[in-house]
Ligand binder design. Structure first.
Ligand code: TXA
Ligand code: MG
Length: 352
């Protein structure tokens, strides 16, 4: 299949720009588009054949449900039933924005996009191109992250082209995304609303609006899946975001971390293996080895969040076999950063 690549900037989202993309969605095709979090791979959410194509293009397991993207809060009452007051309060406070809510699905939502569950994930993205596409299509758009299953999510159109060119109908290039990590997912059907995937909207921010909020055990216990703790978001049980290299996170005092990583790098060099360091703007000049890259400014968590997936993909492009990453604070969006990093590392962390 030939993939058409077009550019739409957030600065110019006039209706005519979306004519062809909207038609592709209505015809049951696939369009990749930017959101404020990561790029999404969209299809008509209520068309079973269309959403089946998403699973095929990504190589995604069929029990892993999709998020339905909407452009108007009213859609909540069509897609969900028994919507409670707290859900409405969060919608009011954070939509459009990087928050996905799990609610009881209405009868119009096919089980094929919920992985057979009676619940559905809904989000209104805060990106003019995403909203423009949803409106132009006149449909609700089911969209997982636009990456091959298992690879880091895509934060630039180039990444989407790398993973999905030739497999989907269209890619809309809107440049780099702002946040760089996928939305916060909150299960509104549990007794106490529960975060299933941490993101830019923190537990504190949610609590300020609705009071008590829990965090799924699978996240608090290190972001890794143990045999005893099965995550409630089916997608969180898979190894994810993984670069091809073996990634090790090194946690501890800066001096010790640098010394440990330098020793490891020297060993790899001796053996002729390709290894790299994921450092920060603040630390990168303190290393004496080669292949030191910065993922962003440690002092500014959003800068690390934005560049994390892109940096992991860059290591793949450089054919690295081993990566050593510094560790990050788990405060605020640090919880989301460490959750993704731990998954990318398959839970491999060295504590000094
Ligand atoms: O920021 C985002 O959320 C991006 C952009 C494109 O909107 N989308 C995204 O979708 O990250 P995806 O498919 O890569 O991740 C969706 C996650 C998966 O872990 C899935 O298992 C979970 O949401 N999920 C979806 N529906 C669910 C449900 N009914 N119950 C529990 N978890 C659900
Ligand atoms: Mg994903």
């Amino acid at each position: 299949m030939e993939t058409k690549i077009i550019k739409i900037s957030e600065d110019d989202v006039s209706e005519d720009k979306f004519r062809e993309a909207g038609q592709i969605i209505r015809d049951g095709g696939l369009v990749a588009f930017a959101t404020e979090t990561v790029y999404g791979l969209g299809a008509d959410a209520l068309n079973k054949e269309a959403s089946a194509k998403i699973y095929a293009a990504k190589g995604r397991p069929s029990d892993n449900p999709l998020i339905v993207h909407i452009a108007d809060v009213k859609a909540l009452d069509e897609l969900a039933k028994d919507v409670d007051e707290k859900t409405r309060m969060l919608a009011e406070a954070f939509w459009p924005g990087p928050l996905t809510m799990i609610v009881n699905k209405s009868d119009i939502v096919p089980y094929s996009i919920t992985g057979g569950l009676d619940t559905v994930a809904i989000r209104m993205p805060n990106h003019r191109v995403a909203l423009g596409l949803i409106k132009a299509s006149g449909r609700y758009i089911a969209a997982p992250s636009a990456n091959t299953s298992g690879r880091p999510s895509t934060t630039k159109a180039e990444h989407v082209i790398e993973d999905l060119n030739g497999k989907i109908d269209m890619i809309i290039d809107s440049g780099a995304v702002k946040i760089g990590l996928e939305s916060t997912i909150v299960d509104m059907t549990s007794k106490v609303p529960t975060i299933l995937r941490p993101g830019y909207i923190t537990r504190e921010a949610l609590s300020d609006v609705i009071g008590e909020v829990e965090v799924d055990k699978a996240i608090t216990e290190g972001g890794m899946v143990s045999k005893d703790v099965v995550p409630k978001a089916p997608g969180m049980k898979y190894r994810h975001y993984a670069p091809k290299a073996a990634l090790t996170i090194v946690e501890g005092e800066e001096e010790k971390v640098i010394k440990y990583i330098e020793e490891k790098m020297a060993e790899h060099k001796k053996r002729g293996e390709k290894a790299a360091v994921m450092a920060t703007d603040e630390s990168m000049d303190k290393y004496s080895c080669d292949n030191v890259f910065s993922v962003g400014r440690r002092k500014e968590q959003t800068s690390v969040a934005t560049h994390l997936f892109a940096q992991l993909r860059d290591f793949d492009d450089l054919n690295m076999e081993y990566i050593y990453s510094e560790s990050f604070s788990r405060e605020n969006i640090g919880q989301a950063i460490m959750n993704r990093l731990m998954k990318a590392a398959g839970g491999n962390i060295v504590r000094l």
